[in-house]
Design a protein around this ligand. Structure first.
Ligand SMILES: Cc1cc2nc3c(=O)[nH]c(=O)nc-3n(C[C@H](O)[C@H](O)[C@H](O)COP(=O)(O)OP(=O)(O)OC[C@H]3O[C@@H](n4cnc5c(N)ncnc54)[C@H](O)[C@@H]3O)c2cc1C
Ligand code: FES
Length: 344
């Protein structure tokens, strides 16, 4: 059955045919809906459904929980089940880099801690990936399946791609990375993807919060900010279970010595394992709020495990957060490995 979608506060309407997503129908009608991955992982197409209902017949993709936490639907995945009134998603404020499908080879592998590896990837010949600091790529697996990983380097330093990969127990791709991968192994990826990137033109001071390998895109952004001579204050909070999980702790410590505008607060959630730890402990978002109870003036960037992102999305609005200044990547599992989809 076809349904009619009206854009709120306008006369614009379009018909969504059976089997079409709202985004597909809008693009067919020539509407400039913002989008990027079209596979439900980047969150660019998220917008509000003001009236009516949508369903996700293809399953719950990785960007959906975070979109729903903000009361939004993912228009590249959602199908109407009634007529709808929707709010136009905000267009991306910065230029868009067209994602490309590219092959690459593993140039170097480093163990950063017990369950995090750093992979350096090289593209063929003189090929370089153009991206905004903080974006991610999807590694392509057989059968069109994908695994997302953030770009840990700044855009100017793009001879090699750098990824920080945490082992997921029983995870298909990360087990391959820890148990089998060899230098020179061939991979394919699509990128750059996502709208998690440093807004360079803003004048606001910056708060960053990473959990585990959520440090990776923040590293790319911070190195980019230093390279661009951005002098706004940047305060990074890095949350991890134990001290060894702060797998590159010496790097932000060094940034603090080298850059007056940079501050770093590591936070351990399981400090019992490190009896001589005298730093912050507990939930990283609570430590940040303890230091900055009023978030109104700040640009906030956060990346890492979904529970950390969800806790912050729950609590930050009570601290005067301005939604338009909040940017995040929630490290969800790929849709094909979600428990709901196991039979697929
Ligand atoms: C935008 C983005 C950026 C990311 N960046 C990084 C990064 O830089 N570094 C990094 O380490 N990771 C990152 N991730 C997470 C990373 O993509 C996943 O950890 C990875 O896809 C796991 O792949 P896998 O094939 O090893 O695991 P999978 O084979 O996909 O499955 C993992 C295992 O967990 C189970 N599982 C699936 N879903 C759930 C669930 N919701 N809850 C609990 N268990 C579940 C599965 O059944 C399976 O046993 C990012 C994710 C996103 C969306
Ligand atoms: S375009 Fe919809 S989530 Fe990426």
């Amino acid at each position: 059955m076809s349904y009619c979608v009206r854009i709120e506060n306008t006369e614009l309407e379009f018909i969504v045919n059976p089997g079409e997503s709202i985004l597909e129908a809008a693009l067919r009608e020539g509407m400039a809906f913002p989008f990027n991955c079209r596979s439900g992982t980047c969150g660019t197409c998220a917008g509000r459904v003001i009236e009516g209902e949508v369903a996700y017949p293809e399953g719950r993709t990785s960007a959906l929980p975070a979109a729903e936490a903000l009361g939004r639907a993912l228009f590249c995945q959602a199908r109407p089940v009634t007529d709808l009134v929707v709010e136009f998603p905000r267009p991306p404020p910065e230029p868009f880099i067209e994602p490309r499908l590219l092959p690459c080879r593993v140039a170097r592998i480093e163990d950063l801690c017990q369950d995090v590896r750093r992979l350096y990837l090289r593209m063929p010949g003189e090929e370089r990936l153009e991206f905004f600091a903080g974006q991610y790529i999807d590694i392509l697996l057989p059968g069109g399946r994908r695994r997302s990983f953030s770009l840990a380097k700044p855009p100017h330093d793009n001879e090699l791609i750098e990824l920080h990969i945490r082992r997921v127990p029983g995870g298909e791709f990360t087990s391959y990375v820890f148990d089998e991968i060899e230098p020179d192994a061939l991979l394919r990826f699509e990128g750059p993807l996502g709208k998690f990137y440093l807004r360079e033109k803003s004048q606001n001071p910056i708060l960053m919060m990473g959990g585990g390998t959520g440090f990776a895109p923040l590293k790319g952004m911070i190195e980019h900010a230093f390279h661009m001579g951005i002098e706004r204050p940047i305060h990074l909070y890095w949350g991890a279970r134990t001290r060894s999980d702060l797998y590159l702790d010496a790097l932000p410590q060094r940034w603090m010595e080298e850059h007056q505008n940079f501050q770093y607060t590591p936070v351990l959630s399981e400090p019992e394992a490190d009896p001589d730890w005298s730093g912050e402990t507990g939930f990283v978002h609570e430590v940040l709020l303890g230091d900055y109870p009023d978030l109104y003036d700040f640009d906030i960037y956060m990346s890492g495990p979904p529970p950390m992102i969800e806790a912050a999305l729950d609590e930050f609005p009570e601290h005067d957060l301005r939604e338009e200044n909040l940017h995040y990547d929630s490290f969800e599992y790929a849709a094909d490995s979600q428990p709901d989809n196991e039979e697929a």
